[in-house]
Design a protein around this ligand. Structure first.
Ligand SMILES: [Zn+2]
Length: 124
């Protein structure tokens, strides 16, 4: 599989999702984190979590294909965490779990929430 194809699929998905993670719905960066770090005032370590990755809705090992309808854009953290499980949850179930944990403050560290909420507030 040429990596260019995955890159295009990832970029298309990110665009469809307004640049936000399919799971936690927070903004992501793609080519370089620098602007992202400056814009949100995140540390480089935290910014790493929000690298845009291509996520297979149906995992490759379950026969999921590298085609647009099977690819969403997810932040590195949500993507990696989903696949840490022995038997990863299906994408919708996992999305619900992520959002529930996030609402309880048990997903990203608190400074993440602060950074994004300050910078995404509409101008007064
Ligand atoms: Zn995420």
């Amino acid at each position: 599989m040429p990596s260019n194809k995955m890159k295009n699929l990832r970029k298309q998905a990110a665009q469809r999702q307004g640049g936000r993670c399919f799971y936690c719905e927070l903004p992501m960066w793609d080519d370089s984190p620098e602007e992202f770090i400056v814009h949100y005032g995140l540390s480089p370590g935290l910014a790493k979590r929000f690298r845009c990755t291509a996520e297979h809705v149906e995992a490759r090992r379950d026969g999921g294909k590298d085609v647009a309808p099977n690819i969403v854009a997810a932040c590195r953290f949500c993507n990696a965490t989903r696949h840490k499980a022995k038997r990863p949850l299906d994408a919708d179930t996992y999305a619900q779990q992520v959002r529930r944990r996030q609402a309880e403050g048990r997903w990203h560290p608190p400074q993440v929430k602060t950074a994004f909420s300050q910078r995404t507030a509409p101008p007064v």
